[in-house]
Design a protein around this ligand. Structure first.
Ligand code: GCV
Length: 833
């Protein structure tokens, strides 16, 4: 018995101290103190649903779950309005029947909700209603959010309408279960070519999406496998069943060549009547199986996908042929504006990929059917760390549009770096395109408000996976949360979204909320600082994994992400006067501001202008010094995040604390790799030294190639800037040793070993100081490279090691598979007491 009690006790402690992150911001952990007491007094203990449907059933179940979690009390369910305080759920029609005093001023827009307290016969009724069932569900989540945030709920009178009529997420899931640009594990939808047998994670995802007001999810990659429209329709129907109780509709990405590849036609020409007939009958078949299918997403004539150009047709022809097929069923077509030539001649200074979306679509304005939405990436290139808003937003007056944002962090450290994207998204959403004079921000254009379009909104590329954290990084959840909150209300501040997410995800501890919110809010600038400031774009391996540093990967190829840095200067001349003319795609007021370096914001300077390194920015710094300083600032900021997070150890459950600490420590090492690579690259290119004398000088660093080597051999690393001194050592024997004598001051130190962790083996390392083993580790991370480069370069940090001058520091490496226990350098740094 004693043993059993101990076990039960341990289980309880475990429950408190280990959270996987799977419940994300819907944990509903018990409130505390005054907030708990207040909630117990004011949240009714009865729930009544006046409308019966699967979605309203979800709303009721969610309220029960939330009340049980937050206030430790399971509400009773009543089928009619009781003679006691109650939460009453129902569509507006049902509420109107039950409460004669219900007098809504205006009809509710679809998906809107109302939370209102009605007092009758001495009882207090908390009404949760909406125009449709989904609105009621959104209202239930909003009520729970209020309870969770400790807001008063006894006197409610709130009416909420989503700003963006269309709020979709796209998943780039492949049918084999992999996810293009997904970092949170395998697909929750697909496995080995079929829908998963167990779709429980799909239901859980639907719940998360509903809680932030997302109503449609497309469930396969925009690089679409045509088979999605052939044998898999029953599988899609099963997935739709799993999402439907959460008011989330399924949508599909379709391959534009489908009439030919799977339809047996000899053409996919959009103007061929046989092609129209094929799409019509395919749409009928789809809607028979999934009557509430949201619609289809099309990526055509882009990155190797077939499209209308094969027949000399336009994008409007392509979009309309499919739109006409889904129209009778109420379906929408999202036609992606991400169309560009990736074989451009880089030698021609007039060529410019940034021009592509506008050049391809602006002239077609007015030719798209009313159920087509052109889906436009936030910037003109491709989800880079900073881009101006796409000029196409300001060019379409007679065409529906949606802004596409990337929630998954493809160019943002792939979930291994913390980057909260909401401030960046807000900057684009709030940017005034001056499309009808001042006062036409991107958010209004996308919503269709400016030009009174019938449809429009926001689409987020989400790419969650089977990992408990959904994204491979607990902190990345804040981006999905923020996307939904902004689609609902783009006027929420980044601060309030970050704070809300933190409180719901980690709890109310004041220090914790303050620290995490500050980390999130500064993280985009930090990441930009060490990966590509001033509009340089992300200086990553753009022809490869889009992850590690590779300053020249963008140059001298057809992909058009050129920064054109050379010995004299840096930046892409996109001016009308002397450059590629991209700036002329904006309306005159915006174009004037961008055209002159004097009025162009510094953050976008190198995106829009080619300037000498000595060009002076608005803050008085030269461009080159800004590049140096920002990289040092960025890398320093990440080291500080580690310390900030460590200060929260006692305030977070063990599992998430440990996972986030490991992630931030890794990020700190990577930020240093980026810092050194970019600053030395620009130093070499420009010949201008760092005014602060940091670049190229690394106190306490000993290059591996200058150590005493036994078995190890020196190799050059490609690109050179991704290894310190351009070189590393690797072991071609069964084991090797590298050693040196420490010649610094005596005292406690942190030792940093910079080694390479490729994904083709699990090499082992041992670190010995003065003959004593101080650390041993296995390089078994799954970083996206098999090479020695900036993506595999990884830091191992060992703190509190007593060092005396003359001590031998020795690393032993044991290779495994293709991983040759490679080392870049060792750094020693005195510990601060
Ligand atoms: C799904 C970028 C990504 C691709 C993605 C493409 C797109 O190029 O790297 O993985 O393809 O954008 O948005 O279609």
């Amino acid at each position: 018995m004693r043993k059993l009690c101990i076990l039960l006790g341990l289980a309880a402690v475990g429950a408190v101290h280990a959270e996987t992150g799977r419940q994300a911001w819907l944990r509903y952990n018990q409130l505390e103190g005054v907030t708990l007491r207040h909630a117990r007094e004011t949240v009714p203990s009865v729930i009544t649903a006046l409308t019966q449907s699967a979605i309203i059933g979800s709303a009721q179940a969610e309220l029960m779950r939330g009340c049980r979690g937050f206030i430790g009390r399971t509400p009773r369910v009543q089928s009619s309005v009781p003679k006691e305080d109650a939460i009453v759920l129902g569509t507006e029609a049902a509420i109107g029947k039950a409460f004669r005093q219900w007098h809504p001023e205006n009809p509710l827009a679809p998906d809107s909700y109302v939370l209102k307290t009605i007092r009758r016969d001495g009882f207090r009724y908390t009404i949760v209603t909406g125009a449709n069932d989904r609105g009621v569900l959104y209202g239930a989540f909003a009520l729970l959010r209020k309870i969770g945030l400790g807001e008063p709920v006894e006197d409610l009178d709130e009416r909420q309408t989503p700003y963006q009529p269309v709020r979709w997420v796209n998943q780039w899931d492949n049918l084999d279960g992999s996810i293009e640009r997904g970092y949170g594990g395998h697909s929750i939808f697909w496995e080995s070519g079929r829908a998963r047998t167990d779709l429980s994670r799909v239901g859980e995802y639907g719940r998360l999406l509903a809680s932030i007001g997302i109503s449609v999810c497309s469930i396969n990659n925009v690089n679409a496998d045509p088979r999605i429209l052939s044998g898999l329709i029953p599988d899609v129907a099963r997935i739709a069943d799993a999402l439907r109780p959460w008011g989330v509709q399924v949508a599909l990405s379709a391959d534009f060549g489908s009439p030919k590849t799977i339809g047996g036609l000899d053409t996919f020409d959009p103007l061929d009547p046989r092609v129209q007939a094929w799409w019509n009958s395919k749409a009928d078949e789809l809607y028979r199986a999934i009557p509430d299918l949201g619609g289809l997403v099309l990526k055509a004539d882009s990155e190797g996908r077939v499209g209308p150009s094969a027949y000399g047709r336009t994008h409007a022809d392509a979009a309309n042929v499919v739109a006409r097929a889904v129209k009778p069923h109420g379906g929408l077509i999202f036609y992606r504006g991400f169309v560009y030539d990736h074989h451009m001649d880089w030698r021609n200074p007039k060529n410019d990929r940034a021009r592509a979306a506008y050049d391809n679509f602006a002239a077609l304005d007015g030719q798209f059917d009313p159920n087509v939405i052109v889906q436009i990436k936030n910037g003109p290139i491709d989800f880079q760390v900073r881009e101006p808003a796409s000029p196409l937003f300001g060019a379409l007056e007679k065409t529906n549009q949606a802004i596409e944002l990337q929630i998954t962090q493809e160019y943002f450290g792939q979930a291994r770096h913390m980057v909260f994207l909401v401030p960046m998204w807000k900057e684009t959403l709030d940017f005034d395109m001056q499309a009808r004079g001042a006062g036409t921000p991107v958010k209004a254009l996308a919503a269709g408000r400016t030009f009174h379009r019938p449809a429009g909104g926001m689409v987020g590329v989400s790419n969650v996976g089977m990992d408990d954290s959904w994204f491979g990084n607990q902190l990345s959840q804040a981006n999905l949360y923020g996307f939904g909150r902004l689609a609902w209300n783009p006027d929420l501040s980044s601060q309030s979204i970050a704070e809300e997410w933190t409180r719901l995800t980690f709890g109310e501890d004041r220090n914790l909320v303050k620290t995490v919110t500050a980390m999130l809010l500064s993280s985009w600038r930090t990441y930009e600082n060490y990966t590509g400031p001033l509009g340089l774009q992300t200086l990553t391996d753009i022809t490869g994994n889009h992850y590690g540093v590779n300053v020249e990967a963008s140059e001298r190829n057809g992909w058009g992400q050129w920064h054109r840095a050379d010995a004299q200067g840096v930046g892409m001349d996109r001016t009308v006067a002397t450059g590629a003319g991209f700036i002329g795609q904006y309306r005159p007021a915006v174009s004037r501001m961008f055209e002159s370096p004097a009025t162009c914001p510094d953050d976008l300077l190198l995106f829009l202008h080619h300037v000498p390194y000595t060009h002076v920015l608005h803050d008085g710094k030269t461009v080159i010094q800004y590049i140096y300083d920002s990289h040092y600032d960025g890398a320093r900021a990440v080291r500080q995040y580690v310390r900030d997070w460590e200060s929260l150890k006692a305030r977070v459950d063990n599992q998430r604390y440990g996972e986030i600490l490991a992630q931030l420590e890794y990020q700190a090492g990577q930020a240093q790799v980026w810092r050194d690579a970019v600053t030395t690259w620009f130093w070499r290119a420009s010949g201008v030294p760092d005014a602060q004398n940091r670049v190229g000088r690394y106190p306490g660093r000993v290059e591996a190639e200058s150590m005493q080597l036994e078995g190890y051999e020196v190799v050059s690393v490609e690109p050179w800037e991704s290894a310190s001194g351009g070189k590393a050592i690797q072991c071609l024997q069964s084991s090797c040793t590298a050693k040196f004598r420490y010649d610094g001051v005596a005292g406690r130190h942190t030792i940093r070993v910079q080694y390479f962790d490729q994904n083709n083996g699990a090499a082992r390392y041992r670190l010995l100081v003065a003959g004593q083993l101080v650390d041993a580790w296995v390089a078994n991370d799954h970083l996206p490279t098999q090479k020695l480069d900036g993506s595999s370069s990884t830091e191992r940090t060992i703190s509190g090691i007593a060092l005396r001058p003359g001590d031998e520091i020795r690393i032993e490496g044991v290779p495994d598979g293709g991983e040759l226990a490679a080392i870049d350098y060792v750094e020693t740094e005195p510990d601060v007491n």
